[in-house]
Design a protein around this ligand. Structure first.
Ligand code: F6P
Length: 594
């Protein structure tokens, strides 16, 4: 009996100790919560937060990066530091089809245009920070007038910090390489938008010839045998191999800005092996998401005699190793553009006056190139559905669609343009009146400054791509809203939805669901908007474009270190082992490259 009493006492003591420990733990936890930013945002669940953290950790681990990198504040200075400390004397060469500055002739004057391109928006601040050389197709009508005898021009105009080297293409080359193979073949092949890819022999030949022309230019611009060449996008699948053949010691980092399809879809391409072989000339191939990186690796596995090192995220092919990594692209932060902009209130007033938006109507905006992958028509369907399901919203919502004309000579793009005009007109006739137009469609190019002002004036921004590698409009909208207001509707099929978890995520194929989400956005209170926007701004600030480029440059630095070790070891090995893939991997591990 006494024994039971003693046991019972012990149990009581242990329980009370346990409860006190629990109370201390809970109070510390609450204290920390009160002092963390996340706690001040009641609209966003903790589950979402910890899932986001886990996701970031997973991405880091997959990419072989240290979690500590997340603590770095990424800026142009960070990039310069990497270049001077980890890659001394490295020359950075960027290659893209689209040039960052286009000189056009307008009314006898030379007009400067910054193209509507996420690629340009992302790479421009990087090239400025690296003082590099940017090689691109000179497509402007006055481009030849402003270059020197080496086809170079210093940019940005007014405050030059890097060299733009223009490459000229004949009309035939441009048609076959850019419009044909790149945009009628690879573009629809890589996007799930149900537009049939078209492959022509003559386009392939032009694509190959244009890639060769760019390879010649890279070699001509390289100051030594070991530049770092950043090859951009699906216009240049053959270029990495061509560079590798002529500059074997170069570090070639290829970034594929659009999705990569699964191997079944990829197998449609008649030149699939050539494309993979070309890309595998790269030292590193980057995609926005791990999912697309995996699709690429699967395609290599299926069609090439190669060895896949999944744990290393590497492919070994033809005696060379290529890393296949995810590097989510982003934008400049803080956005330089904000300095030049009026306040949010002034922007709202100005944009509403400019486009005739009634004062009592909420403003929804869409901003992109007029492209069938962007889901513009699907947005119109959702708006119609909103009016049918919730007639009280008629007269209370205006949808402003800015659509920069793009690839306009191609039939699929012409057709889209016509359908957009027709649908917008129909909606305006059906639901509008003399003073109210529910859809304002402006199919014109707008400067970045204009676009940022439109973002700042918007109540809701719709990014409803049917398929998109990343989509930087979503991130730009977030960056533009330093007032922490505005709601982002974001397609689950855009890479940005992996990061911007506090956006309202939609399926653009589901008009009914999208219309209900629009209603949710239209009725969302300022506190919830603030909570969501603040979290998204934290994400874009931390994962800015300098981090995107910095991660690739750090990987490039590790590769260079590995190559140096390889060279030394190869000399001593050769007589004993011969060179083989296994020893390459072992040496790679030895210098700490995951
Ligand atoms: O989205 C893919 C992409 O190549 C981007 O990288 C770029 O911003 C956009 O398409 C521009 O397309 P284009 O140069 O054909 O106008």
């Amino acid at each position: 009996m006494i024994q039971y009493g003693v046991d019972f006492l012990w149990v009581l003591i242990l329980i009370s100790l346990g409860l006190s420990a629990l109370a201390i733990f809970v109070s510390i936890f609450q204290h920390r919560r009160r002092h963390s930013k996340a706690a001040s945002m009641p609209a966003v669940g903790d589950d979402v937060a910890s899932e986001a953290a886990r996701q970031v950790m997973r991405e880091f681990e997959k990419n072989g990066q240290s979690v500590d990198a997340a603590l770095v504040t990424w800026s142009p200075e960070t990039l310069r530091k990497i270049l001077t400390e980890d890659l001394p004397d490295a020359q950075v060469i960027v290659v893209s089809n689209r040039e960052p500055y286009i000189h056009n002739e307008k009314n006898g004057e030379v007009e400067l245009v910054v193209p509507a391109s996420g690629l340009v928006a992302a790479l421009e601040p990087i090239t400025r920070a690296c003082a590099g050389t940017w090689i691109a197709y000179g497509g402007g009508t006055a481009d030849r007038e402003v270059v020197d005898s080496n086809d170079r021009v210093q940019v940005p105009p007014g405050n030059p910090s890097y060299t733009l080297r223009r490459v000229w293409l004949t009309e035939e080359e441009y048609q076959g390489y850019y419009l044909g193979f790149a945009n009628e073949g690879l573009w629809p092949l890589c996007h799930i938008a149900f537009t049939r890819p078209i492959f022509r022999d003559s386009d392939w030949e032009a694509y190959e010839a244009a890639n060769r022309k760019f390879a010649d230019t890279v070699v001509a611009e390289a100051r030594n045998e070991r530049p770092i060449v950043l090859v951009q996008d699906y216009h240049f699948a053959l270029l990495p191999r061509m560079i590798r053949e002529r500059l074997p010691e170069a570090i070639v980092i290829t970034f594929w800005h659009i999705p990569w399809p699964n191997s079944e879809v990829f197998s449609i391409c008649p030149w699939r092996e050539r494309i993979l072989d070309g890309l595998l000339g790269s030292s590193i191939i980057g995609f926005h998401t791990q999912f697309h990186a995996n699709n690429f690796t699967e395609s290599v596995d299926r069609f090439m005699e190669s060895r896949i090192e999944r744990a290393d995220a590497a492919v070994s092919y033809g005696g060379q190793t290529t890393l296949v990594h995810a590097y989510p692209i982003s934008i400049e932060w803080p956005a330089e553009m904000l300095k030049a902009l009026p306040s949010v209130e002034q922007s709202q007033q100005h944009i509403r006056e400019r486009f005739g938006i009634p004062a009592d109507a909420k403003l929804c905006v869409g901003v992109e190139r007029l492209d069938y992958t962007k889901g513009i028509l699907d947005r119109f369907h959702a708006l119609e559905e909103l009016f049918i399901r919730h007639p009280e919203t008629i007269g209370k919502v205006v949808f402003l669609q800015i659509a920069a004309p793009s690839r306009g000579t191609l039939p699929a793009y012409k057709q889209l343009h016509e359908e957009c005009l027709r649908f917008a007109e129909e909606l305006n006739e059906r639901y509008g009146n003399e003073t109210y137009r529910p859809v304002v469609l402006v199919a014109q190019h707008h400067s970045q400054k204009d676009v940022y002002e439109i973002y700042r004036a918007a109540d809701i921004c719709l990014v409803t791509s049917l398929h998109d590698g990343m989509n930087l409009v979503a991130k730009e909208f977030v960056a533009s809203r330093d007032d922490e207001q505005g709601v982002l509707l974001l397609s689950t099929f855009a890479g940005a939805s992996r990061e911007l978890l506090e956006a309202l995520i939609v399926n653009p194929y589901d008009a009914a669901m999208m219309s209900e989400t629009m209603l949710q956005a239209l009725t969302m209170g300022p506190e919830e908007q603030r909570g969501r926007m603040r979290r998204m701004r934290d994400i874009v600030r931390d994962n800015n474009v300098y981090r995107w480029a910095g991660s690739m440059l750090l990987d490039a630095a590790r590769l260079r270190k590995r190559d140096e070790l390889d060279r030394v070891t190869a000399l001593s090995d050769r007589s004993v082992n011969g060179d083989n893939v296994v020893s390459m991997f072992e040496r790679k591990q030895a210098v700490g490259f995951r």
